[in-house]
Design a protein around this ligand. Sequence first.
Ligand SMILES: Nc1ncnc2c1ncn2[C@@H]1O[C@H](COP(=O)(O)OP(=O)(O)OP(=O)(O)O)[C@@H](O)[C@H]1O
Ligand SMILES: Nc1ncnc2c1ncn2[C@@H]1O[C@H](COP(=O)(O)OP(=O)(O)OP(=O)(O)O)[C@@H](O)[C@H]1O
Ligand SMILES: [Mg+2]
Ligand SMILES: [Mg+2]
Lengths: 470, 470
Amino acid sequence: SKKQREISVSEFFAKNRHLLGFDNPAKALLTTIKELVDNSLDAADEARIPAEVDITIDQISEDRFRVTCTDNGPGIVPKNVPLVFGKLLYGSKFHRLKMSRGQQGIGVSAAGMYGLLTTGHAIRVISRTAKNKPANRFEIAIDTQKNHPAVKKQDEIEWDRPHGTSVEIELEASYRKGHHSVDNYIRQISLANPHATLRYRAPDRANDMDLTVYAGVTNELPPETAEIQPHPYGVELGVLMQMLRETKARTVQNFFHTEFSRVSNKVAGDIAKLARVPANRKPAKVDRKEAEALHKAIPQTKIMAPPTDCIAPIGEELLEKALTSIHPAEFITATTRRPVVYRGNPFLVETAIAYGGAELSADDAAIVYRYANRVPLQYQHGACAISKAVAATDWKKYGLQQPKGSVPVGPMVLMVHIASVWVPFTSESKEAIAHYPEIIKEIKLGLQDCGRKLGAHVRRKRRDADEEKK
Amino acid sequence: SKKQREISVSEFFAKNRHLLGFDNPAKALLTTIKELVDNSLDAADEARIPAEVDITIDQISEDRFRVTCTDNGPGIVPKNVPLVFGKLLYGSKFHRLKMSRGQQGIGVSAAGMYGLLTTGHAIRVISRTAKNKPANRFEIAIDTQKNHPAVKKQDEIEWDRPHGTSVEIELEASYRKGHHSVDNYIRQISLANPHATLRYRAPDRANDMDLTVYAGVTNELPPETAEIQPHPYGVELGVLMQMLRETKARTVQNFFHTEFSRVSNKVAGDIAKLARVPANRKPAKVDRKEAEALHKAIPQTKIMAPPTDCIAPIGEELLEKALTSIHPAEFITATTRRPVVYRGNPFLVETAIAYGGAELSADDAAIVYRYANRVPLQYQHGACAISKAVAATDWKKYGLQQPKGSVPVGPMVLMVHIASVWVPFTSESKEAIAHYPEIIKEIKLGLQDCGRKLGAHVRRKRRDADEEKK
Ligand SMILES: Nc1ncnc2c1ncn2[C@@H]1O[C@H](COP(=O)(O)OP(=O)(O)OP(=O)(O)O)[C@@H](O)[C@H]1O
Ligand SMILES: Nc1ncnc2c1ncn2[C@@H]1O[C@H](COP(=O)(O)OP(=O)(O)OP(=O)(O)O)[C@@H](O)[C@H]1O
Ligand SMILES: [Mg+2]
Ligand SMILES: [Mg+2]
């Protein structure tokens, strides 16, 4: 027989590390920063702590860097630390429907694994959950054959912070200035997180006091997001059958009422009635024919759209404020659209435009900032649903130039933010958004909202210019 | 503490099924066919059996189809069948460096999982390894929470084949004609597998005798490919350290000689000498400093390029024959380049051009067939290294029109085949090739090889046409 055997998740992703964003040394540095900062912001937001994140990059040799990310978040309990950092597909964000930057349980373990594979160094962690508890320090190396942590060192230490987490990774990397630079990336993070304070020490700094600070432009935390149940409109037959087998609910009616969002007892009864399945049938006793009937009945039953308190938009006022601070412009507008649904998941689109002013050139292609759940997307723009929607929008009617099927040309910065309980990415590196038609349609509507206001501004400006000539 | 917990591979990919190629019902049908046929061709090629694969698609209802794929391959031993079909990341092709269509241990379990999630139906398998052994029939459903098979049924049956495997999946799907159709896809498979016989029954057939047969255009099997060791030029420090810890070799010299390809005992001694590490040092006793020295010494040591009997090109003659059978043209040329290396993995590029003739229009964009390890790539052309290389090649100098940064315009069919012991894809759906610079460079050289011959033909044709006018 052929030698068929199991492949561990970590072996698979060690070989396929470009799927996680570690294609080359320059990108590896950016991906590492991203995974660390995303985790710190998620943790602080969820614990309702105003996020303060310190990012330091030290250059150790020509192609080796040490990245340290320290936050004032709630910390991680000691018994979970090895698994969090030394096991792929382990985390707190996958099994729930709630907006967060992370969603896979892969990010930080992948960064640690890349560091281990390229330098042999284990990931170093300090974490503390409360002032009256000790700070725990760990050195953890992932065993790639087994996808399991090996704790190299563990002790309790004195730490000047009452709570928080500090992560240090040594990796083969490359530090660039300019377009795809860490400096730009951190600036883009602050744009979408106006409530957070980011303090950044670059590798080429003059001394350790030489620090770039992105202070929060607001003291208000983002709205707290609720965790929701799946909406029945998205569920597939096989998934429904599995849920019926596993539910603790004792009747079909109670099953629909408790396992899904927006299904009242009455609506649950309607579904059962339409399917001609007794409302008090035991879920585990539902056979295939009945499951198929229930599955058919769901889309034919009137069920309220999913709740939207599970998404925290940045908001028009803060978008304009943040965008202006980075790109001072003569005209600025932002729009936050109301939430809609794809595959049963609520999502919403926010767009903002900064136009004109001394800094932006009229002959350059517009700058497009893409965001998903407040995280800047820097790579794979050619594969991204946002780029597709921008190119598919007719910008000529708002007074801009636009080569066919391309980004428009003009003194413009475009910012597009997709916020969802779960974002469909084109790969595990979370760099580009998959082309769901509902999402592309909604982005275009958001761009048109802002475009119309831009068009009015451009026309008004031209009228004024013409009048001056006369 | 936050509810951090483990996520199973199958849970992850059930949610992210667009990463595996199951984005929508039409694509799901194509991906399912692909995964099944790839496995059948791999199995027959490896067992040196002239592949015969029967593919049948039945439409069961408006959006439900049954796909059956039956081969004359070596079969699968009964104790491995549940894991092969009911567990993601389980297979025989990941842990070796040898050219094959599959490489992840995911494909067929993913297709079965998609069928289960959308219809509740288990995957059905019949397999037999020899005439004197019984045929075993199974019904297997993957437990997505645990990534483990649940065998619903298993028995021995009479079967009219002496050996082979038959797989049946029922799934929610959609059947289309035209560009992205199953019919076109199977035709493209035969183009790159001229030794195989494919018999295809479409869902809209008149009756069960209504069959499309792509007979092999050659009786010769593809050259047998050897399995190779990794080449030292690709290895990273952390990986080297791990290999030193795990090797059975008793000395550093023996370690390099046995664990890598192309490292003779002498060359292994050279590496150790350059690193100032005793050649007889026990590998497990090599410390970090010594490992770093060895790692540095590798690229400074002259080591022969990797062996190339691990790749089976289609070959220029068969490429021309197959391409002509599908696109009769007035001019045809093909080139198979010599193998080169990326990340320590051997790969080679083959290109073919069919030009002119009654069927191809001079005003249309050239048709581009992309292949990786003999598998047609149908989607994500915008993300693919092949598309990038085609657009980056200057076709005007061969007499074609070419909009800037675009595929050329002209009566032309382009076929590009990348063959490697391991192909870097942009996602697990294996639809597009990642942009490794070495691969893009080599594709362009292959296109230029064919382009030059095409250019000579176009010029000659124009000279003749001009002469006729005089
Ligand atoms: N700085 C931190 N503070 C508190 N908890 C953290 C921190 N970093 C990680 N965690 C916890 O560890 C888990 C695993 O993190 P990891 O980055 O691997 O996955 P994730 O963030 O859940 O998803 P993704 O792979 O999309 O990043 C998180 O879900 C979170 O519970
Ligand atoms: N028709 C078949 N005949 C013989 N062996 C098969 C057949 N189909 C699958 N197998 C075996 O089952 C294993 C798992 O198949 P699967 O498609 O899941 O993964 P793979 O082909 O190894 O990689 P990939 O995920 O890239 O397709 C294969 O490696 C092969 O050993
Ligand atoms: Mg994370
Ligand atoms: Mg396969």
